[in-house]
Design a protein around this ligand. Structure first.
Ligand code: SAH
Length: 278
């Protein structure tokens, strides 16, 4: 889709691509908080928690740009256009994303659009779901005795066009973190086991990590589908696969029931519905 900008005119505003972290409002960086407080318009994803949305100034325009499953490209085009349009009419435009904007966040794609349209921008990193989950579930992603490295992959596998490197991911000395993998749990289990990873490898699925609704589902790689199908598992959820998961028994400290939370009102939220491109 061609991005429409106003020829001969400079964009008035600047876009801040900001990571909101995994959920707990206190995991927002001071910089993200400072920028949010000056926002004139905020375009946010479905993953950003209500507690964080409550920090947006009352008079700022709040735009939910949640994407519908399976309609990513059409939605993304519209979000890109909206960012450029807002930069022409508003001073401080915040594009607020869950976790870190450069980790499975399409932050790079959105910035490329801004570059094309000549819009000024800055990026504020956030705590990615892997780090938040690791900390709040008591699972260190690396450990001298158990994992010499960690790999983040998307389980939203574009399986045919870009085959997954199961051989690479099956390394037993490595921790594997799978974003967006719940619906493909069977494919992930099979890919890893066929490539030689033991079905006894400890796995954790952690849902709504860092929030008062966090739940951990812990088991073995061989039963990944059963864990992913637990009726109590809510989205978003992340998988951690590797020996380090066993440490969670002793390192687990977070008690979600002890978390207090104030929920923001949704009154000022404007929703943009994005339609698929045919
Ligand atoms: N940019 C984000 C990731 C976006 S992809 C980041 O850096 O965290 C969306 C995926 O992130 C979800 O499908 C889920 O796998 C994971 N995720 C995000 N927030 C999460 C949370 N609070 N708990 C568990 N998983 C989460």
């Amino acid at each position: 889709m061609e991005i429409l900008s106003l020829p001969g005119q400079a964009a008035k505003g600047k876009v801040w691509l900001v990571g909101a972290g995994p959920g707990d409002v206190e995991l927002l960086t001071l910089k993200a908080w400072r920028i949010l407080k000056t926002a004139d318009a905020v375009l946010y994803d479905a993953l950003v928690s209500q507690d964080i949305l409550a920090l947006i100034p009352k008079d700022a325009e709040k735009i939910a740009v949640g994407k519908r499953a399976g309609k990513h490209s059409a939605a993304q085009d519209e979000i890109n256009q909206l960012l450029v349009t807002k930069a022409y009419t508003r001073k401080n435009v915040v594009r607020l994303k869950g976790g870190d904007p450069f980790i499975f966040g399409r932050g790079g794609e959105e910035l490329q659009t801004l570059v094309e349209a000549g819009v000024e921008f800055e990026v504020v990193p956030g705590i990615t779901a892997a780090s938040g989950t690791s900390a709040y579930a008591g699972i260190p992603l690396t450990h001298r005795d158990h994992a010499q490295g960690v790999t983040f992959i998307t389980g939203h596998c574009q399986l045919e066009s870009r085959p997954m490197d199961w051989q690479g991911y099956a390394n037993p000395n490595n921790t594997l973190v799978v974003y967006m993998g719940i619906l493909n749990a069977g494919i992930i289990r099979q890919g890893l086991v066929d490539a030689g990873r033991s079905p006894d490898t400890p796995v954790a699925i952690v849902s709504k990590a860092t929030t008062k609704e966090q739940r951990r589902f812990i088991g073995r790689l061989g039963e990944l589908e059963q864990l992913a199908a637990d009726p109590e598992l809510q989205m978003p959820a992340l998988m951690i696969i590797g020996e380090v998961v066993a440490l969670s028994d002793t390192l687990h400290w977070f008690n979600p029931e002890a978390v207090e939370s104030s929920h923001a009102s949704d009154e000022q939220t404007q929703s943009v519905s994005v339609s698929p491109r045919r």
